[in-house]
Design a binder for this molecule. Structure first.
Ligand SMILES: [Zn+2]
Length: 305
């Protein structure tokens, strides 16, 4: 298949009341692990590159890897720019033929956020590329994105924002947080706010900072030397509740990082005499598939391809 259209995938999810997984990739093994999981479960999937990933691997490498993965895939694979802040990179993604881009101007004031988002919408829509924007402040730190606290998205403002900026999907702040150290207490999402935003905007809504940080994977990483005291994710029950109330795209990065790390550590420790990179990275690819399958099941997108 050709790279899929993100808006088509997410509008279908909105109507069907489920969420499609967005998974961040940095290299071939992570990408292959993700796309394998989506194919195993016949689920559509959104593969995302952050600006940090683009800086690390190069935009042409990542674009062509994902394009190849989509051509080999039996399920729709879309390519998305996560947290676009640099207009030069956003434009490069649009010119290269990404399926969708995110413009994250959530750190700006309301009017400026609208203005910058609108500018990207105008550039992207001309080429049939859809746009995700963000309103409110998602907490935590990951990659090049960080903020001190959470400022919940205001439902009325969300309505005005979507009308004026013309974005296709909206990332909302309802209590999730980026990274592996999300919460001191337990995660408690503001489902009442989410419902109101959905009522006001009626477009696919996006949940960032939503990794589950699965205990078994964390324990595996720790068994082989990782030090991850205090890591905590969003429980599956909260994710399901969010999906039921209007979330149609869920971003996952941290879980894949921990899985990759755990599998590499294990491979190196178990076979210290083996220095074949394929034997070090192959198990990481397999564990990524397992973790992504679990996520897709939680999101409700099995057999939705
Ligand atoms: Zn994010």
């Amino acid at each position: 298949m050709m790279l899929a259209n993100t808006k088509t995938i997410l509008e279908k999810a909105r109507k069907g009341n489920y969420a499609v997984g967005h998974f961040n990739i940095n290299n071939m093994e992570i990408l292959q692990g993700v796309v394998q999981a989506a194919n195993n479960l016949k689920a559509p999937v959104i593969v995302a590159t952050s600006e940090g990933a683009i800086e690390y691997a190069g935009i042409n490498f990542l674009h062509d890897l994902v394009k190849t993965a989509s051509e080999l895939s039996k399920v729709p694979v879309a390519l998305h720019l996560d947290h676009g802040k640099n207009f030069k990179i956003i434009k490069q993604c649009i010119d290269l033929g990404y399926s969708s881009v995110m413009i994250d101007a959530s750190h700006e004031n309301f009017a400026k956020n609208i203005q910058l988002t609108k500018k990207v919408v105008e550039m992207a829509h001309k080429k049939g590329i859809s746009v995700e924007a963000e309103l409110g402040t998602i907490g935590g730190k990951e990659d090049l994105v960080h903020s001190k606290g959470i400022i919940y998205t205001d439902p009325k403002k969300a309505k005005e924002f979507v009308q004026k900026a013309g974005c296709d999907f909206l990332a909302v702040a309802i209590g999730t947080s980026h990274g592996a150290y999300k919460f001191k207490g337990d995660a408690k999402l503001k489902i009442d706010i989410l419902r109101k935003i959905k009522m006001e905007t009626k477009i696919p809504l996006v949940l960032h900072g939503a990794s589950g940080v699965p205990k078994d994977v964390v324990q595996l990483a720790e068994k082989y030397g990782a030090r991850l005291e205090g890591v905590k994710g969003v429980p599956d029950s909260q994710i399901k509740l969010a999906v039921k109330n209007g979330i149609n795209k869920i971003n996952t990065d941290t879980d894949l990082r921990i899985a990759f790390d755990a599998a590499v550590r294990k491979a190196l420790k178990d076979n210290p005499q083996d220095f074949d990179p394929r034997h070090v990275l192959g198990p990481a690819r397999q564990l990524i598939t397992k973790v992504v399958e679990q996520r897709i099941r939680t999101f409700g997108s099995v057999n939705k391809a």
